[in-house]
Design a protein around this ligand. Structure first.
Ligand code: SF4
Length: 222
């Protein structure tokens, strides 16, 4: 039998890395910074090195931060981590974490989609992640799996609605049309169940390099 790693995984990883390396200069043209890490382990080490000791670090809601091992590493760093994933957090403490994260020294999150021309596309249920991404946090570091790079803005929005939101709704226990069928039905989806409430498109950063995107050559998050 042919070697599966050579036949299947090598082309997948090669094209993933090429996509990321093509997006990085387009991000940089827009005032943001980009890096590529082949694995989560490399990405976690890279990101840890970007956070100064003593920094107040907030978290946007993200499966990628947990899945990559970044959350565990953050918990071990000499920082003040606003740990919204701490076991047993009350709704009031969660709200406090979210609010303080919007004024943190560093906000760590992921991104729902990055277009090939370097735009960051996100949609939040509550708005704390896109809020902190836009303004208030001194630095934003996004850990982004290669599965999040898309060709166009239209594909980015479709990805959010038809790829990311359905499993997120299942995870959060929200009874939305996409949780039932796997596809968005915007017209028949309303709050409080709806998780798509605040759509943001980051087309550039006026503060140079305030936003850093670390691409990872793996599938991360939804
Ligand atoms: S608008 Fe509603 S149905 Fe559509 S993706 Fe968002 S949560 Fe799902």
């Amino acid at each position: 039998m042919e070697n599966l790693a050579e036949l299947y995984w090598k082309p997948i990883h090669t094209i993933a890395e090429r996509k990321a390396r093509n997006v990085i200069p387009r991000l940089e043209r827009r005032g943001m910074k980009g890096f590529y890490a082949g694995t989560s382990v490399e990405a976690v080490t890279m990101i840890s090195g970007m956070i100064p000791a003593g920094a107040v670090v907030g978290l946007g809601g993200s499966m990628s931060v947990t899945q990559s091992g970044l959350l565990d590493r953050l918990r071990a760093l000499p920082i003040t981590l606003l740990d919204r994933y701490a076991p047993g957090l009350s709704p009031e403490r969660m709200d406090e974490m979210r609010t303080r994260a919007m004024r943190a020294d560093v906000m760590i999150a992921s991104c729902n989609a990055v277009t090939a021309d370097g735009r960051l596309v996100n949609e939040d249920g509550v708005g704390n992640r896109v809020g902190g991404l836009i303004f208030g946090t001194k630095k934003v570091i996004l850990i982004v799996g290669i599965n999040k790079i898309v060709h166009t803005l239209e594909e980015a929005i479709s990805r959010i609605k038809n790829v990311a939101a359905p499993p997120n709704c299942v995870r959060l226990g929200h009874a939305t049309p996409c949780a039932e069928t796997g596809f968005c039905d915007d017209e028949h989806c309303l709050p409080p169940e709806r998780i798509c409430n605040h759509l943001s498109i980051t087309e550039g950063s006026r503060v140079p390099e305030r936003i850093t995107v670390v691409f990872v050559g793996e599938t991360l998050g939804f």
